[in-house]
Structure formats: C-alpha cells, structure tokens
Design a protein around this ligand. Structure first.
Ligand code: G3H
Length: 538
C-alpha cells in the first residue's frame, strides 16, 4: 500500500466535526404535494470516502434511498399530469409574476439548507469543499438569473404587434409534463438548470436524481412542497428500468430533459410511443481537445490544462479530455505539465488545498487502469510521478504520452483522471480528430499567432459549439449558450435559452375589426386573461 495514498484515509474520529455525517435513511418522496413515506425496498448509499479502521479501509455507508416500483412511478406521473391538467392546471395558467413569487419562496428555503447540501455533495460524490460550495452558490445564482431572464422575456412579450391587418400577442407557453434526469457530477446544479426553467415556464416536473448524489436533494423536499402547488414538482427514486420505462411508455411525458450519456438518453427516448409529442433536451458526452500550438505560452497552457483536465478529477462533461501538443514544444510542455499534475494534493473532500478526491462510481478505478494499461501496451508511458497509483476509491492522475489513434483513450471519453497527450507536427491531425469525432462540444486553442488562430477558429466553430482561446473549456458564465453538436447535446441551456427550450411560442391573433379591438381592449384593461396581458413586470 503506497503511503501517499494510504495516508489520505483517516479514522472516523479524525474527520473534522463540521464535516461528519450522520446516516440518512431517506424514506420520503414527494408526490402530488405530499411527502410520502416509503416502507419498501431501499438502496444503500456508499460514500466514495473510506474510513480507516485498524488495517482496513471501508467505504462509509451514509444512508439509503427508496427503490420505488412501477406502481409509484405511474402514480407520480398522474400527479404531474393532473397538475398540468392539459394546460388548465393552477400552475400553467398562473401569471408569470405569481410563478416568480413561488420560485423566490423556494430559493429562500433552499438557502437555509446550504451546509447540509454541501456536506452531502462531499460525502456522496467526493466533490471537494470549495467546489461543493461553488456548486450550491452557482445554482442559487442560476435561479435568480433565470427569474431576471423571464422578467425580461415577459416584458418583451407584453405588447401587441400589428402586421398585415392582424393584431397578435406572442408569448411563450409551457409544453406539459417534464421528466428531469440530472448527472452525478453536478447533481444539484445541472439538475436544477433543467428543472427550474422548466417549472418557471409553467410545466410540471418529475425529478429523478442520478445514481450518485441522491440524498443531497432530500433536504429540499419540504421547500418544493411548500413553494409550489401540488404536483408541480415530484421526485422519484429507483432503478431506471423499473421506474423510467413505464413513464416513457405511457406517452404522457412531453419533455425529456437529460444530462448524461447519449447511450442512456437514446435508450429512454425510444420507449416513448409518440416521438413528435416528445421534446428532448440533452447535455451528453464530450471529448474536448486542447490544441497547444508551437508558439503557445507554455506556463499558461499548463495551468489551464491542469484545471481543464482535472477539476473534479476530470469528471466534467466540459473537461479537456485529450491534449494535442506541437512536437517542437512537447518535451517542455510534458515536463511542466506532469510536474504540475504530480504536485496536486490528493485527499478527502474537506482537506485544505486538496485537488484530487475519491471517485464515486463503482469500478471506476479499474476502468481508469484499463485505459492506462491499454495505452502502455501500445507504446505510451505514464510520464508523471505517482501517475496511475490507486487505492480503494482514489486514483492519482496519470498523464499518458505519446498517445496515438490505436489506443482506446484516443477516442473514448474517460470522464476521470487520465490525461492523454498526443504530439503533432501537422495541424491537420487535431483538425481531422475534431472532424471525425462523434461528439462536438468545445475545444481550446493555445497560441499567440492571430493568423494561425483565426485559421483554426473558422473550421472549429462549425464542428464544436465553443472555441476557447488560451483558456480551458467550461460551461460558465451560465448566461453563455451551453450546447454541442453530434452526440454532445440537443437544445441549448444558457439561462435565457433554457426558458425557450422548455416552452413554445404561442400567440393570440385577431383581425383588425371594431369587434375584435373591443374584445382585446376589454380583456387587457380589465385583466381578464393571464396570457393576454400588457402588464409590465417590474
Ligand atoms: O459537466 C458539465 C458541466 O456543465 C460543466 O460545467 O464547465 O462549469 O464545470 P463547468
């Protein structure tokens, strides 16, 4: 057992008081405005954090959550369908201003749960403290920005247009029942970047957390219950095959919002019997490359590539997952990059200055080792000190060099702490890589020559959806469009785009006659409709 790794695990009593956890056996789920208690089968939650006990290291059991069955799943669906009530429900016909008040109420209650949710982010998915806090705060900011964006959208729509003898008011209306499934790497933030815009636009929702990061949503159940009319937000837990298949097969889901793998998204989507009724909103896989040109500022490229490839242990869809480095600077880059990676502190999520933390997915360590072994067998080397060392749930990042197209990691998305570095002399190598890739989210270019950079930007912007100059790939700021081509995404999820994705343009139109003008005027002046209104939201 390597000391570097064995020393990071601690006895239970060495965990700082603030971050200790008491087992949470969640039996509750939110259905139709009631927090129901589940007495059936449950799923134990194993933390990626191991506890040292004499000579053994054991993954801590931190609780359990309900394994609902098809029966509860279909009941929950009916609550969401009833709350929408073909668009006649209290929520879809509520004015935008009233819906915003409900969201404000929710945010106030959510903020009170910050420390609980942050602690659970550390224990359930191993996210380091600073990133867990950032995830929580960024989510609150996202909700507040969503409210502002909706006000703006509503203001723009609060006037009539007159065209070719027809008066019309065009607004965005909800779509129906949304099934929201979030990912384990951002179980709060990414889940809420689909849930919040979908409900604020008047849809009703069924929320299914990812396999890891389930308990952290439990502290928010009461806030959901107390902030929205019954059935607007419902939660569901269990095995996807058992609880998601019947939802889709019912044909009553109108929008499927999913962040995860394309394979799972497609498997679920095709169970819906009415493909034209179903709208899909996806954030899927990516293999974002960095292209480090001969004249790049190497220190800057190293810094950005370390955070770009290893923030949250590389478990971000936006992570840099392959680095192409010009042959003439490859030695210098590799030397500095592997040195920086080897200096990263590995430890528990709450440890001061930690970067690398335990991985939550079962078998992930073996999966990482397989990539390393495959690449080494085919001629690459692990170039950084301690690269590829592992113990229980931790894996010290491995920098692989030189990587070529025969190695599995050249094409496959590793979603973890293994970084392949490919030397190139001809710029067509990374360009062809991007063109032939099955995914197309983002890319980074590092260099100084504006002529060369501009030559790369033009082909790249038609292959990926964000080209980053001298900086890592990332989603934020959240007001920027976040999307991808090919198997990387469907729909765009910035703050304002998400409002559009979860709604449809709908209008009320009337020919220019005295009778119609009279009707429109009375409806708006006497505030008889929630849709047809010229009210301005301040
Ligand atoms: O996993 C995908 C996330 O949306 C990435 O967001 O780039 O801000 O970490 P981030």
């Amino acid at each position: 057992m390597s000391n570097l790794l064995s020393d990071i695990y601690k006895e239970r009593n060495a965990i700082p008081d603030t971050y200790r956890i008491t087992r949470i056996d969640q039996k509750e789920y939110l259905a139709g405005g009631t927090i129901k208690t589940w007495e059936g089968e449950s799923q134990e939650v194993l933390s990626p954090v191991c506890i040292k006990d004499a000579d053994t290291l054991v993954q801590e059991v931190i609780g359990s959550y309900p394994m609902l069955t098809e029966k509860e799943s279909l009941e929950i669906l009916e609550y969401a369908v009833k709350a929408y009530d073909n668009g006649k429900g209290a929520w879809p016909v509520m004015s935008v201003e009233e819906r915003i008040k409900c969201i404000h109420h929710f945010v106030l209650q959510m903020k009170e749960k910050r420390s609980q949710v942050v602690n659970l982010l550390m224990w359930e998915i191993g996210k380091k403290l600073a990133d867990a806090e950032k995830e929580f705060d960024r989510t609150v900011e996202y909700i507040e920005a969503t409210v502002d964006a909706l006000k703006e959208l509503d203001r723009i729509s609060s006037r009539f247009i007159f065209e070719k003898g027809i008066f019309a008011q065009v607004r965005r209306a909800p779509l129906g029942v949304v099934l929201c499934m979030g990912p384990f790497n951002y179980p709060l933030n990414e889940t809420f970047t689909t849930l919040i815009p979908s409900i604020i636009m008047g849809n009703t929702a069924i929320l299914k957390p990812a396999k890891y990061g389930v308990l952290l949503l439990a502290p928010l159940l009461e806030a959901f219950r107390d902030s929205f009319p019954p059935g607007v937000v419902n939660t569901i837990y269990g095995d996807g095959k058992v609880i998601i298949s019947p939802l889709m097969a019912s044909g009553k889901i109108d929008v499927f919002a999913f962040i995860g793998s394309a394979f799972v998204a497609n498997l679920i989507e095709k169970q819906h019997p009415k493909p034209n009724r179903l709208k899909s909103v996806y954030g899927l896989g990516a293999k974002n490359p960095a292209v480090i040109l001969e004249d790049a500022d190497i220190d800057l490229a190293v810094k950005e590539c370390v955070t770009g490839s290893l923030s949250f242990n590389g478990q971000r869809c936006t992570a840099l997952k392959i680095l192409f480095v010009h042959q003439n600077i490859a030695d210098e880059f590799i030397g500095k990059f592997s040195h920086a990676v080897s200096n990263l502190k590995i430890g528990m999520p709450w440890d001061e200055g930690v970067s690398i933390t335990p991985l939550p997915e079962a078998n992930k360590i073996q999966y990482m080792l397989d990539y390393v072994n495959d690449a080494v067998e085919k001629g690459a080397k692990v170039v950084n000190q301690n690269g590829g060392l592992s113990l229980k749930t931790v894996f010290f990042p491995a920098v692989l060099y030189p990587v070529n197209d025969r190695m599995k990691i050249y094409e496959e998305e590793q979603f973890g702490p293994v970084i392949p570095v490919v030397p190139f002399r001809d710029i067509s190598i990374p360009i062809t890589y991007i063109e032939e890739s099955t995914v197309g989210q983002q890319a980074s270019i590092f260099g100084k020559d504006d002529a060369l950079i501009s030559k790369l930007i033009d082909p790249m912007v038609n292959q990926v959806c964000r080209v980053n100059i001298n900086s890592q790939c990332q989603r934020g700021p959240d007001t920027f469009p976040f999307t991808g081509r090919k198997d990387s995404a469907e729909g765009t999820l910035s703050v304002s785009d998400a409002l559009r994705v979860f709604s449809i343009r709908t209008l009320v139109a009337a020919k220019d006659t005295d009778l119609n003008k009279d009707i429109l005027s009375r409806i708006t002046k006497e505030r008889k409709s929630k849709f047809l209104t010229t009210d301005y939201i301040f």
